[in-house]
Design a protein around this ligand. Structure first.
Ligand SMILES: Cc1cc2nc3c(=O)[nH]c(=O)nc-3n(C[C@H](O)[C@H](O)[C@H](O)COP(=O)(O)OP(=O)(O)OC[C@H]3O[C@@H](n4cnc5c(N)ncnc54)[C@H](O)[C@@H]3O)c2cc1C
Length: 350
């Protein structure tokens, strides 16, 4: 038996913040970069930093160039080189979970081949034990058109892979998840497998699932299918504040099972920006402002890491009792929106 749960984040509330919204990474990047022409420099690969006696930080790039700053904010993602140099004890660990994700393009023709239920919002498929599948539509709508400045259109990544990085078409994203032991191949072989073999393997693993779910996988283009080893950061003790700080995945990368990593990074950015603006106006001391940001960020950031790991573990759990309770909780939360919001949105509580 398979249970398809309406996902935690879908909502029937009038308040749009209670409902699921799919956000394209490419479009978000375009929106965040808009208006920063001249301030943003692309194509620079950070290698290391050095501190000068006057307190400034000089960044060294792979192409041999440098840049000197009063404050360095590391936003260089889960494999952050700044973090490795600044906080060498901060680590990420392998959860042993592997996801295989793909995209089923939505055209007039393919839409007819998939039940509307799989196109109308996110869902989690939770078989009795050991694996799961997350499904989420990205629907651009009938009025979709990129802006005059190209926001919402393709960027340079489309030239690298026109299917995987297409930003102009609707699709349903799926991600099959299980512990590495559940896969018929070891890690080395999995990472060598191309999209076609990965897709066929998932097809075999879900051979007794509903035909619509099998079609979703089987009819996704091979180029859109990839393997995602799931890692998570380990909580760090607060360090002595300086004019180097970090945000987002650079400090608190988490499993994607709650869909809150980017949301938490944006929260960091907003909080840190407020501190830096207050410091630039002379309203607070710079290091006090950064310290205040770091104290709060470490608290809610690693709370989000813990929750995301717990949901990942529940998704692949082989404990039938615990899994039934997890499903029951999802059902209760999805019919009581205020409770759902309380449980899934209050990242600051422990
Ligand atoms: C499969 C999957 C699904 C997810 N789904 C969701 C979701 O639904 N909702 C959600 O909120 N989060 C989600 N996340 C998490 C989200 O993607 C991350 O938390 C988010 O991207 C972190 O943002 P960031 O800016 O900190 O890092 P990143 O987005 O990783 O950006 C880091 C940037 O730094 C650049 N960089 C790295 N190293 C260097 C270097 N040495 N020099 C110069 N530049 C460098 C990179 O090129 C990149 O542009 C998901 C993650 C995964 C893997």
């Amino acid at each position: 038996m398979l249970v398809v749960e309406d996902e935690l984040t879908s909502g029937t509330e009038r308040d749009p913040t209670g409902a699921h919204h799919s956000v394209s990474r490419i479009t978000l990047h375009q929106v965040l970069s808009a208006g920063l022409e001249g301030a943003l420099h692309h194509g620079k690969e950070f290698e290391r930093y050095a501190r000068a006696a006057d307190g400034t930080v000089t960044l060294h790039f792979v192409d041999g160039t440098t840049a000197t700053a009063d404050v360095l904010v590391a936003a260089d993602g889960a494999n952050s080189r700044v973090c490795r140099q600044y906080l060498p004890d901060a680590t990420r660990v392998d959860t042993g979970i592997r996801a295989i994700a793909g995209k089923y393009p939505l055209t007039e023709e393919t839409k007819r081949r998939l039940p509307t239920r799989l196109q109308d919002g996110p869902h989690s498929v939770l078989p009795p034990s050991g694996c799961g599948m997350f499904i989420a539509p990205h629907e651009l709508g009938a009025n979709y058109a990129p802006t005059e400045r190209g926001i919402g259109g393709n960027d340079e990544t489309a030239a690298r892979d026109a299917v995987l990085f297409d930003n102009t078409g609707s699709y349903v994203m799926w991600a099959y998840t299980a512990s590495s032991a559940k896969y018929p191949h070891g890690d080395a072989e999995l990472s060598d497998m191309g999209g076609e073999r990965l897709r066929d393997m998932v097809g075999t693993l879900i051979a007794d699932w509903h035909p619509s779910l099998r079609r979703l996988v089987a009819e996704s283009p091979a180029q859109s299918v990839s393997l995602l080893p799931i890692r998570t950061s380990v909580a760090v003790r607060q360090w002595e504040t300086s004019n180097i700080t970090l945000l987002g995945d650079a400090i608190h990368s988490m499993t994607p099972f709650r869909g809150i990593g980017a949301n938490t990074a944006l929260r960091d950015a907003q909080l840190l920006a407020r501190s830096l603006i207050a410091a630039s106006r002379g309203e607070v001391d710079l290091l006090d402002g950064i310290h205040d940001y770091e104290t709060r960020m470490i608290d809610y950031g690693f709370a989000a890491v813990r929750r995301s790991l717990r949901t990942a573990e529940q998704t692949i759990s082989t404990n039938r009792v615990g899994r039934s309770m997890f499903k029951a909780a999802l059902r209760v939360f999805s019919v009581i929106p205020p409770l759902k919001r309380k449980v899934f949105s209050d990242l600051s509580s422990k």
